[in-house]
Each structure stands twice: as structure tokens, then as C-alpha cells.
Design a protein around this ligand. Structure first.
Ligand code: GLN
Length: 192
């Protein structure tokens, strides 16, 4: 397939590029609307600070490009702030960005004390075509999912809260698969 466009206005975009390099998959950083050319067939929305990313998406004109990509049903991987940008609603922030993922998401859901931590969990269940067993999760002031609706499916739970969702060609994680050695979430994304 084509090239993965990695939103690169702010945040942990370089880490995603490094994972794609390990997998031999081509990528291009998206810093300006012109960067979103016809070779791009999938998009990564990285971790970072969602309010800042939202403002920069608007000022660069990338918002419209990525919004059209998502509305066309093409593959998107949103990690951490990326999940926030994808959500239909945030329960502690009035902003809505792409609004494509049918879920209510809480920013900085783990508070200050437990803001950053590691865990291990599954993505989906044995027998699911997209099942990933026992992978490491790294959280950095991440969100969690408060409620899921429509076609969105909770794929991973930690302490009773969904932290990974799949909705068609959208994969959203509250954690950072790009900060571990385990490339299976990216491989799943590249298979979409
Ligand atoms: N706390 C950030 C936000 O609310 C997300 C954290 C992250 O992406 N690591 O935008």
C-alpha cells in the first residue's frame, strides 16, 4: 500500500516514524496541508497535547485534509492525544476535533499521581481476527474511555476502563505503542 502520513505539528511523531522504519513501511511527516498528497493512504495522530494539536491542525489547514480522509473511511491510528482528537465527545473538555470515534473520552483520566504507568493487556479476544495477546502498554498522562457507542468496540481494558477502541478502520489507544519494542499494534494498523 501507500505512505503513512504522521501528523507532526506537535508531540511524539518521531517515535511513530521509528516504528514504521523498523517495519519497513514508508511514512511522511504532515506539517502543512501541502504535505498531505495523493500517496498518503493512512494517518497516524500521535501523542502530545491535544489542545495545542487542535489549534495547529486548524492553522495549518491539515484539519480539513485529515477530516476528509477519516470521513472516507480510510485507516487512522490515534494514540493518546490522538484518541482525544478522534473522540465524538470529551467529558472534561468542551472541544471536539474530528468527532469520528463513537466514544466519550476523559482527558488526563489517571490524575497526577498515577499519570504515567505501564501495564500488560490483550487487544481483543482470542479468535478475533485482530487479536493481539499480552502486549505492553505505556501510559503518559493518558485518557481513558468513559463510554462507547455505535460501531466502536472496546478492545483493551485496564482497571475496568477501556483504553483501546476499534471502529472500522479507526484504531485509538490511550497508551503509546510507539514507545515499546512491540510493533504489533502498528502491524495491525498497516494491515487495514
Ligand atoms: N494529556 C494529553 C492531552 O490531554 C495527552 C497525553 C499524551 O498524549 N501523552 O492532550
Amino acid at each position: 500500500h501507500g505512505v503513512t502520513g504522521i501528523l507532526a505539528v506537535q508531540g511524539a511523531f518521531a517515535e511513530h516514524a521509528a516504528v514504521l522504519d523498523r517495519l519497513g513501511a514508508p511514512w511522511k511527516l504532515l506539517r502543512a496541508a501541502e504535505d498531505f498528497d495523493e500517496t498518503i493512504d493512512r494517518v497516524i495522530l500521535p501523542g502530545g497535547e491535544s489542545t495545542t494539536q487542535g489549534k495547529l491542525l486548524r492553522s495549518t489547514g491539515l484539519f480539513e485534509k485529515i477530516d476528509a480522509h477519516i470521513k472516507a473511511g480510510k485507516p487512522v491510528l490515534g494514540t493518546c492525544a490522538g484518541m482525544i482528537l478522534l473522540a465524538r465527545k470529551l467529558d472534561n473538555d468542551p472541544n471536539v476535533y474530528f468527532g469520528a470515534l463513537d466514544a466519550v473520552v476523559r482527558r488526563n483520566a489517571y490524575g497526577r499521581q498515577l499519570g504515567s504507568f505501564a501495564a500488560t493487556a490483550d487487544f481483543g479476544r482470542p479468535g478475533d481476527p485482530d487479536y493481539i495477546a499480552r502486549f505492553p502498554l505505556v501510559f503518559i498522562r493518558g485518557p481513558y474511555v468513559v463510554s462507547v457507542g455505535g460501531d466502536a468496540v472496546a478492545k483493551t481494558e485496564v482497571d475496568g476502563h477501556a483504553v483501546a477502541l476499534r471502529q472500522g478502520n479507526i484504531i485509538a489507544t490511550a497508551f503509546h505503542p510507539e514507545l515499546t519494542e512491540d510493533t504489533r499494534i502498528h502491524e495491525l494498523f498497516l494491515s487495514l
